[in-house]
Design a protein. Structure first.
Length: 237
């Protein structure tokens, strides 16, 4: 579903991505793990068509993003780190706006479905400005999924919310794998370990490891039961 090959992105003299490659299969949850500045957000912006790569190739659901970027966008639901909302819209109005913008076949029915999915039906007539940060994160998930995309890309979906809301968002992400391929970024090790089928570790614009949490734990042969935290620190120091 996601094929990234030798992806490079330069900003002038600075290289943000230095030839990264990874993949995600249908129904997988793949986590991009790395510190701030490792290249996670840049990768996601390229995959969603927000910016072009300097070189390399990206194919989503079999479509080359450089050949048909519009078709790729129809395949993708994207929730950026800071959810862009219109505070004076109602919850229902905001999601309906995105449903129509993305060409959902039955927009009102699609809105009903995702509002129910993320427990927002009872707030459908509330103004977006009245929502807590956690509810705004759920609203961001609803707008990303309203057109039922094959691939869902989430950038730091649990940042800035309280522990109870973190658990709710994690559960929502885990439930997505039944119908979607999910790629999400995080710098929270425990979150990636709990949610992801596979992990891609980025460091200074390079992929330094890829595999299941169990596979990565075997990278440290000096520890029989190495945690993902141990693996990450060993690979990025």
């Amino acid at each position: 579903m996601i094929e990234v090959e030798q992806l490079v992105k330069r900003y002038g003299a600075r290289t943000a991505l230095n030839g990264i490659s990874f993949h995600a299969k249908q129904g997988e949850i793949v986590g991009l793990l790395g510190a701030n500045g490792a290249g996670k957000t840049t990768t996601m912006r390229i995959l969603t068509g927000f910016m072009p790569p300097t070189s390399g190739s990206v194919r989503l659901n079999g479509i080359d993003i450089s050949v048909d970027p519009f078709a790729v966008r129809q395949q993708v639901g994207y929730m950026p780190e800071r959810v862009p909302v219109y505070p004076d819209m109602t919850v229902q109005g905001f999601v309906l706006f995105w449903a129509r913008l993305r060409g959902a076949a039955q927009p009102m029915q699609a809105v009903e479905t995702v509002l129910a999915q993320f427990n927002l039906l009872d707030r459908r007539h509330h103004l977006v400005r009245s929502l807590s940060k956690g509810l705004r994160q759920r609203l961001g998930l609803a707008q990303a999924l309203v057109h039922q995309p094959a691939i869902v890309i989430l950038d730091e979906p649990t940042i800035g919310i309280d522990p109870r809301q973190v658990i709710e968002v994690r559960e929502a992400i885990h439930a997505l794998k039944a119908q979607h391929t999910v790629l999400f970024s995080s710098h929270i090790l425990s979150e990636v370990e709990q949610v992801c089928d596979r992990v891609v570790i980025l460091h200074e614009g390079r992929v330094v490891a890829e595999g299941t949490p169990a596979e990565l734990s075997t990278r440290l042969r000096t520890k029989k039961e190495a945690r993902l935290e141990d693996v990450y620190l060993a690979l990025t120091q």
